[in-house]
Design a binder for this molecule. Sequence first.
Ligand code: IPD
Length: 294
Amino acid sequence: MTDAASSAGPAAGSPAGTGAETDRATAAVADPLHRELLGLALEAARRAGALLSEGRPDDLGVAATKSSPVDVVTEMDLASEKLITGFLADHRPEDGFLGEEGASSEGGSGVRWVIDPIDGTVNYLYGQPAWAVSIAAEHRGETVVGVVHVPPRGETYHAVLGGGAWLNGRRVRCRPSPPLEQALIGTGFNYVAERRGAQAEVVRRLLPKVRDIRRSGSAAIDLCDVGGGRLDGFYERGLHPWDFAAGDLVAREAGALTGGRPGSPATGELTVAASPGVFGALQPLLEELGAWHD
Ligand code: IPD
C-alpha cells in the first residue's frame, strides 16, 4: 500500500496521462511494444477523462438501455468510446478492439484494446464520483497493459505485465492479508433483476463472515483498490471483459491473486481478486455459497 493509498483524499503526485507523468511511467517499461501501448492507453484515458469531466451536460439523460431497463448508456459513454477508439486507431490502425459500447474488430497486429469508456455509468449519470475510464491492451490474447483513470479522484492506476502496479506514479502493493473475518470486501450487482436476487442471497450469507461489504458501482475501480490497499478483496458475478481487464492486471501486479471459480481465471461467470491470504479463504467460500450461479 502506498502512503497515498492509506491517506484520505486523492493520491499525491500528478495523475498519469499528464505529459511528464506519462514520460516517467513509460520510461520505466523495458519492452518497446508494452511501452508504446502504455503511453497510448494513458493518453487516450486522459483525453476521455477530460471530455467526461468537462463535457458532462447538466441535463445528462439516458440514450439507450441494454440488458435491463437499469443498464443504461449515456451520450457520454458513446462519445468517450468514439474518442478512445479514434485516438488508438490513428496511432495503431492494425489493432483490434472490444469496447462496451460496440467497438468490435479483430485487427491484424496481435494487439487488441479492451475498453470501458465509462465504468460506473450509473454513478456518472447521478453525479456520484466512482467512475473511471478503463483501457487494457492484450497482446496475443494476454493482457499486457492496464490503465484505470479516475478523474473525480484525480487518480490513475496503471500496470504493465511484469512491471508492477502504479497509482499516480507511485508503486502500489495490496494490503497484508487479515483473517477473512477482518477483511473489507467489495462487490457489485448485475443489472438483471433475477441475478441480483441471487447475489443478495450470497451477500446475506457472506456478510457475517467478513469485516464489511462495499459496493462502489465501478468494478474497475474496485479491482484497482484491491491493488492499492483500499479493499482486502473483491468479487462479482456477471462482469464483462471491459469491466475487469485493466483492473485485473493492476490487482495482480500489486501482488493480489485474481481468478474465477477455483482453478479458473477471472471471467464473466465469476471475478475474484484479493490479497493472497484473503483470496485463499474467499474463493472457496464463494464456491460454497454459489456466487457463480443464479
Ligand atoms: C458496471 C460497474 C458496476 C458493476 C456492473 C458493471 P458499467 O459497469 O462496473 O460496478 O457492478 O456489473 O456492469 O455498466 O458502469 O460500465
